[in-house]
Ligand binder design. Structure first.
Ligand code: GLY
Ligand code: MN
Ligand code: MN
Length: 525
């Protein structure tokens, strides 16, 4: 059969108003659906205990986003929705009623559409939604408004499956006592009014916030409640199932880094290393990155989130690679930095050794129930001593002047959580179930030095602040050393899990010491 030219296919698509969507590529759950679905149910049960019986939660799936004209970006579920439902299908709304006796969990999903079925693939049936999520009560999206209007008005909604007359009694009692809450993770206003003065702007018509405001008006004694902090607290501690999936996710990413190292060599392009890494994700069922790969050689290594991967690597370059897979909805975060010719220069080695020692110091003090701030301090202390030794800072006394000098080269926080999001919630202390990175980095940019000589923007719109004489002296004193180390960017980032048994480095398979790196770089095809 002759193939239709693509232009005709596209205009047919436009006529039918069906976008060629890349559906989220959900594979069968790692370890088996039963374990995953049980874990999802436990997550919802925990959230409902926290929310309490006076509260009803409404949670929306993420919207699809247009890439260009009639092509969409690959679908990405909203993180809390994914965390609670496991559902990757758009146009889905989760309603949790902790005060209900039996019908506490509801999902409202879109109807079967024969045209969409043919163009974009299968829409889950109610039975399939239940099977994938463990949520027993599934209704059509169109039934949501009527359901919620009845519920918030204090009457039992007409629903399928039918609801017993006294099932929602506890919530109705909360309504009567004017202590009922309608919770969501959506901001309830249109944001603060201009200049932060006056009441918040009204919600944008048609938005979820406007829907919430409309529902609130229909009820009496109902307050809107932002439940985002509930989920950021809960997500700080990974469940046993999440830990299992995250271990595998980070293992794939660590192996991918080794593949990237093997593929690197002078005269190759940054995108060739990126391809080797992302090939490994796909080959191992990860299907996508958790965040766009950062593959920066030479001066690009000093751009924290360099995303182009378009430079041809040169002999003598360092290559900074920050990349990790999204495997089954969980993402680690790993960075490795290595010489593309397989041999660190003396200058590269000097910076690398400081960053490596800093990370080792962080690992050393990171224990079950230890404070995150202690690990941050341990890393910063090693960085400070190292910079002093190399002459990249001059202030030996701790204090604001030293802090400012250190921050010229040590420019980002070294610890954050990982999980559903690459920057996932993390508590102030490491508890069993904390998943996080330690990622010290140094970036020697001549531009950073020149910027110190420019007037700094004044606080709160005040007049620009001229550099002090001390700052000018610092700049002149360290300039020769900055020229010596310029364009060297080194970040070493590993993904960790805290358990009852102590700290576990999930990314252990990614070569990290100078010896390990020099042995592997350039050895692949
Ligand atoms: N990959 C982003 C970060 O390191 O935080
Ligand atoms: Mn990170
Ligand atoms: Mn990273």
């Amino acid at each position: 059969m002759k193939r239709l030219p693509i232009s005709i296919v596209c205009s047919v698509l436009a006529l039918l108003l069906v976008s060629p969507q890349l559906a989220a590529r959900q594979l069968p759950p790692y370890g088996g659906a039963k374990e995953y679905v049980a874990d999802l149910a436990a997550r919802r049960a925990q959230a409902m205990t926290t929310l309490g019986s006076d509260t009803v939660l409404v949670m929306w799936s993420a919207p699809t986003r247009v890439y260009s004209t009639d092509v969409d970006y690959e679908y990405r579920q909203e993180s809390n929705m994914l965390y609670l439902s496991g559902l990757e299908q758009e146009d889905s709304i989760l309603v949790l009623i902790p005060g209900a006796k039996s019908k506490r969990e509801w999902l409202f999903t879109r109807d079967y559409d024969p045209r969409r079925e043919h163009w974009n693939g299968h829409t889950l049936t109610a039975a399939e939604v239940t099977q994938q999520t463990g949520v027993a009560n599934v209704m059509s999206l169109g039934a949501l408004d009527g359901f919620m209007t009845a519920l918030l008005g204090g009457t039992t909604p007409t629903a399928a499956p039918a609801i017993d007359a006294d099932d929602f009694a506890a919530f109705f009692e909360a309504l009567k006592q004017s202590k009922a809450r309608l919770a969501s993770t959506v901001g309830v206003g249109g944001g603060p009014a201009r200049g932060n003065a006056g009441p918040p702007a009204p919600p944008i018509p048609g938005s979820n916030a406007a829907w919430l405001a409309g529902m609130q008006q229909k009820a009496t004694g109902l307050t809107l409640f932002n439940a985002a902090p509930v989920f950021s607290t809960q997500r700080q501690v990974k469940t046993a199932y999440e830990q299992k999936v995250l271990r595998r996710s980070v293992e794939i990413s660590a192996e991918a880094h080794a593949q990237g190292m093997m593929a690197a060599r002078p005269d190759r392009w940054e995108y060739e290393v990126e391809a080797a890494i992302e090939y490994w994700y796909m080959k191992n069922g990860a299907m996508s990155w958790g965040y766009p790969s950062i593959v920066g050689s030479g001066p690009n290594a000093t751009t924290l989130h360099y995303g182009k991967s378009t430079r041809q690597m040169k002999n003598g370059d360092l290559l900074l690679v920050d990349a990790a897979a999204n495997f089954q909805g969980l993402t680690g975060d790993i960075t490795r930095t290595y010489p593309v010719n397989g041999k660190f220069s003396a200058e590269q080695k000097a910076i690398y050794e400081i960053v490596l020692a800093a990370q080792n110091a962080g690992i050393e003090v990171t224990k079950l129930n230890s404070a995150r701030a202690d690990s941050v301090k341990a890393m910063r202390d090693v960085i400070t001593r190292g910079l002093l030794k190399l002459g990249l800072i001059t202030e030996a006394e701790p204090g604001p002047a030293q802090d400012q000098q250190v921050s010229t080269w040590y420019t980002h926080g070294p610890i954050h959580g990982i999980g559903v999001d690459v920057h996932d919630p993390l508590g102030a202390n490491f508890v069993a179930g904390s998943a996080f990175v330690m990622e010290p980095g140094l970036y020697i940019r001549l531009q950073a030095l020149d910027d110190l000589l420019k007037p700094a923007p004044g606080r709160g719109g005040g007049a620009p602040v001229e550099p002090t004489q001390a700052m000018k002296d610092f700049v002149e004193k360290v300039r020769p050393m900055v020229i010596k180390y310029k364009d060297i960017g080194v970040r070493i980032e590993d993904s960790f899990l805290m358990t009852d048994k102590g700290l576990e480095r999930l990314s252990a398979k990614a070569p990290r010491t100078i010896e390990e790196i020099e042995k592997i770089v350039g050895t692949g095809k």
